[in-house]
Design a protein around this ligand. Structure first.
Ligand SMILES: NC(=O)c1ccc[n+]([C@@H]2O[C@H](COP(=O)([O-])OP(=O)(O)OC[C@H]3O[C@@H](n4cnc5c(N)ncnc54)[C@H](O)[C@@H]3O)[C@@H](O)[C@H]2O)c1
Ligand SMILES: [Zn+2]
Length: 352
């Protein structure tokens, strides 16, 4: 039976050389091409301009950087620009930037005239290892993250670790939280590879490749997050609540910093209701704490965090759904845990 699920091709080509990118673009050469970038990533066009005339001659659509611009108003402006310029269904949009650009650009392209082609060129570690892969596109609505969107795959994802050389270090560390998460839920050897040497000595090409392999394999098996893909939410149930809470307090923290706290708390819960050993909990806590300095969380805020978790769109009814660890490299999903246990894990974080 032809269902929505099996009509969409989820095996997005991963492009790792300039020659492969040129070949792919040659195939689309009759199309008008647009590069969507933000005020920082627009400077990176020069890095790839000589690969193909499709890039050199592309029209540039520049938006302001940052999560607050991942909204429908910015989409509207881009749709309007395309429409006013009579851009037809044969156009190609190249998303050059971090997760904000790949999420928003993928959504704009997938909806303009019921869908035009787009190519992702991620420029942050987070976008390379996470956001650009897996077809989730969309924007925020009011205070709700990723409230409007769809699953839609790019024609390819081009990787060039050179982009990381201009990325601020705090952005690099923030993205690394997702990298560590991939190791924790799927591969002990990858976790060891990422934690056994100091952060500054990491080989970024190897790190990116490892994460891409893990995420692509999971998404290919479960594109619509019916099962295994939920593993990638490890660290995010508590992490999202902390991220939202801090944002509402006007003391925002980076996504990766919030996920890092989530990883420690959810690893603690894993020792109580899954099979994670205390030794591995300690290994996780030490390695995360090395990169992510402690963020003060007052005990009086814990009940607000629980409320935010209950409202999370990933929870069915009022139960708080977790992905946890049986051991490093072996995640499990669809785990419910009591509020007391969540409170205990937050205390573990604040006291560890
Ligand atoms: N679709 C998914 O599956 C998925 C997964 C995870 C995260 N996301 C989304 O990704 C977004 C976060 O992505 P992000 O962390 O990449 O943020 P971002 O796109 O805002 O980029 C972070 C900052 O770095 C700048 N920048 C980007 N590349 C640079 C470079 N090479 N050199 C210098 N500066 C550079 C940007 O201009 C921006 O100021 C969030 O909106 C999140 O919801 C999506
Ligand atoms: Zn994340």
């Amino acid at each position: 039976m032809l269902t929505k699920e099996n009509k969409i091709e989820f095996v997005t080509p991963i492009i790792s050389t300039e020659e492969e990118l040129k070949t792919l673009l040659d195939y689309f050469k009759s199309k008008s091409t647009f590069i969507l970038a933000d005020e920082n990533t627009v400077k990176l066009i020069s890095v790839i301009a000589d690969i193909s005339p499709m890039i050199k001659d592309a029209e540039i659509i520049e938006i302001k950087s940052g999560e607050k611009n991942k909204n429908l108003e910015v989409c509207h402006n881009i749709w309007q620009y395309l429409s006013n310029n009579q851009v037809n269904k044969k156009a190609l949009i190249i998303n050059l930037g971090g997760g904000v650009i790949t999420d928003l650009g993928g959504f704009v392209a997938s909806t303009y005239k019921r869908g035009i082609d787009f190519l992702n060129i991620p420029t942050t570690l987070l976008a390379m290892t996470d956001a650009a892969i897996g077809g989730k596109t969309g924007v925020d609505l009011d205070n709700f993250k990723n409230q409007v969107g769809m699953i839609s795959s790019p024609i390819g994802i081009y990787y060039n670790s050179h982009f990381l050389s201009t990325l601020p270090k705090n952005e690099l560390i923030s993205g690394f939280a997702e990298v560590l998460k991939h190791g924790l839920v799927k591969s002990k050897s990858y976790w060891k590879k990422c934690t056994n040497i100091s952060f500054d000595d990491l080989n970024w090409e190897d790190v990116i490749l490892g994460s891409v392999e893990i995420k692509c394999a999971v998404v290919k098996r479960d594109p619509y997050e019916k099962g295994e893909r939920k593993l990638l939410n490890f660290g995010h149930t508590i992490g999202h609540a902390i991220e939202t809470f801090m944002m509402n307090q006007s003391t925002p923290i980076m996504h990766g910093e919030a996920v890092a706290i989530g990883i420690i708390c959810e690893s603690y819960i894993s020792t109580k209701i899954a099979k994670l050993s205390k030794v591995e909990l300690e290994e996780i806590t030490i390695n995360i704490s090395k990169l992510f300095p402690k963020i003060e969380l007052n005990k009086s805020t814990f009940s607000n965090l629980i409320e935010l978790m209950k409202n999370d769109k990933k929870n069915i009814s009022n139960e708080i759904n977790f992905s946890l660890l049986d051991s490093i490299g072996k995640g499990i999903y669809n785990q419910n845990c009591s509020e007391e246990m969540i409170l205990e894990s937050l205390s573990y974080y604040t006291e560890s």
